[in-house]
Unconditional design. Structure first.
Length: 506
């Protein structure tokens, strides 16, 4: 603990964002370049080095947060990088994309703003790359065992890197033309520039991981063939089965899934397209869904030059402070948050029908109506109460030339042939069934990440990748020294409803 009084004398200061009027004219990351490092040592001083650091438990990776906070406060970047990478393969990803449950579990957050853990993490990762502290780590010797990883999102990449470093020969199969999964084509450039992803992939190539792009296992390569060729197979395909909105008028053109829309904008940034065929330019856009994917659509539509953008959230607007009855510390609270995209919407006034930041809370879609050509022109909605029941007299319509459905995902793609060819057992909700060792019902085949857990956070995806790597290594060699931060049935800290006669607990 470098400064015992840091949490008393230093206020929280976050990584500043670029001015809204400047950043919406490009696709660069929203933060001021170089503005984080001058802040971060003092911010790390705010860490109290708690005797029981709840931030460890709030983070599924078990990041050693007080340790690298102390090292950053002393500006020992090499040691800080070592401690950070000891538990996290890709801290530059989580430092930008994770909603930071660790900060919700910070002891300081009981009655003060939490330590800027996420910013410290990003600063360490960026400094490590700048100072050459992240060289490839190829294995000293090969095991002679081979592993196929299906999917190159954060789970697949984490599993592949861990297994490669353990000495196994690993090939990653990806259906898209570039590696990265949803980080490549689902996360907008303004949230994470793809150079962050590209340099990790080059590091993994230098370590010995092989990549097979434009290859859909189950179609281009038969799943049984893959199982025959490799000693183990890890399925990390993610939860790509998007949820639908079954209301009248859904068949109209101009109503798209978010994951049909976002990849095209990313391909424009990659240089594949000059202009997205689904561009929001000049259109009245309505986004159905109040989560992060909806916010990504919002920021993208603003940059494409939409005439207006409105985001519908079926939940009521949360309060600014934690509700201690429903979300007690150290659980992750449902509070009002202003993402970069919502800040842009507020300042630019892109949603005349919304209160402040483009969001209409407690709003449910009734139907769509279109023109004589069958193209959507309006979304009809109604306000709902806490039980999602329509409130009488609140129905109205919004102009809509483009509607984006951002309703989340239910599980892996059921039509790619992989599940059927391998004969994989599924859970009732559609995810891949597995045992306590991440193994499926098919010998030698393991499942990890959103494909088995269900839709979750990037930090859980990386933790799953590290844990399944340890399980595969143990099966191939009889034992493993790889860390396994979580089990397949672990879940985020939450308030559990007590059984009859039991006390309430977490």
């Amino acid at each position: 603990m470098a400064d015992p009084k840091g949490f008393l004398t230093t206020p929280r200061q976050d990584w500043p964002r670029r001015p809204v009027g400047e950043r919406v004219r490009d696709w660069d990351e929203v933060y001021v370049p170089g503005a984080l490092l001058p802040l971060i040592s003092a911010q790390a001083d705010r860490c109290m080095d708690c005797g029981v650091p709840f931030c460890h438990d709030a983070c599924p990776l078990g990041n050693l947060i007080p340790e690298w906070n102390d090292l950053v406060s002393r500006e020992d970047w090499r040691a800080a990088s070592d401690r950070l990478h000891a538990t996290n393969n890709f801290p530059e990803f989580t430092g930008r994309l994770c909603p930071a449950p660790c900060e919700a579990g910070c002891v300081l957050a009981i009655n003060q703003p939490a330590v800027t853990i996420k910013n410290v993490e990003a600063a360490i990762a960026d400094r490590a790359w700048a100072d050459g502290l992240t060289p490839p780590r190829p294995p000293d010797r090969l095991s002679g065992r081979t592993v196929a990883v299906i999917g190159s999102g954060p789970t697949g990449l984490a599993a592949a890197q861990q297994l490669t470093r353990a000495g196994h020969t690993v090939a990653v199969y990806e259906k898209d033309d570039r590696i990265g999964g949803l980080m490549r084509y689902g996360i907008p450039e303004f949230k994470m520039e793809k150079r962050q992803l590209d340099r990790r992939i080059e590091q993994m190539r230098a370590e010995g991981t092989k990549f097979r792009t434009s290859t859909t296992v189950g179609r281009d390569v038969m799943a049984d063939d893959l199982r025959t060729r490799y000693d183990a197979v890890v399925i990390a395909t993610g939860a790509t089965e998007w949820r639908e909105l079954h209301v009248p008028g859904r068949e109209l053109t101009g109503i798209q899934q978010a994951m049909e829309y976002l990849p095209l904008a990313n391909r424009v940034c990659e240089g594949d397209l000059e202009r997205s065929p689904m561009s929001a330019a000049g259109k009245h856009v309505v986004i159905v869904g109040g989560g992060d994917t909806g916010a990504d659509c919002l920021g993208t539509a603003i940059r494409e030059g939409a005439a207006s953008v409105t985001q519908l959230d079926i939940y009521a607007q949360p309060g600014a402070e934690r509700d201690e009855d429903t979300d007690p510390w150290p659980t992750y609270p449902k509070v009002y948050r202003l993402s970069a995209a919502h800040e842009e919407a507020r300042d630019l006034g892109v949603a005349p029908a919304a209160d402040a930041d483009a969001r209409l809370f407690a709003a449910s879609t009734l139907r769509f109506t279109g023109d004589e050509n069958g193209h959507v022109r309006a979304l009809h909605l109604v306000e709902v109460d806490a039980k999602r029941r329509p409130v009488e007299g609140t129905a109205r319509a919004l102009p809509a030339d483009l509607v984006l459905l951002a309703l989340g995902f239910s599980g892996p793609d059921r039509d790619d042939g992989l599940t059927e060819q391998l004969g994989l057992a599924l859970e009732p909700r559609g995810t891949i069934a597995r045992d306590v060792g991440f193994a499926t019902n098919v010998p030698g085949v393991f499942a990890a990440g959103d494909a088995a857990r269900g839709q979750s956070l990037i930090v859980w995806a990386i933790a799953e990748g590290r844990a399944v790597a340890a399980a595969v290594d143990r099966r191939l060699t009889g034992s493993s020294r790889l860390p396994a931060p979580i089990g397949p049935y672990d879940r985020p800290m939450s308030v559990q409803e007590p059984a009859a006669g039991e006390a309430r607990g977490r």
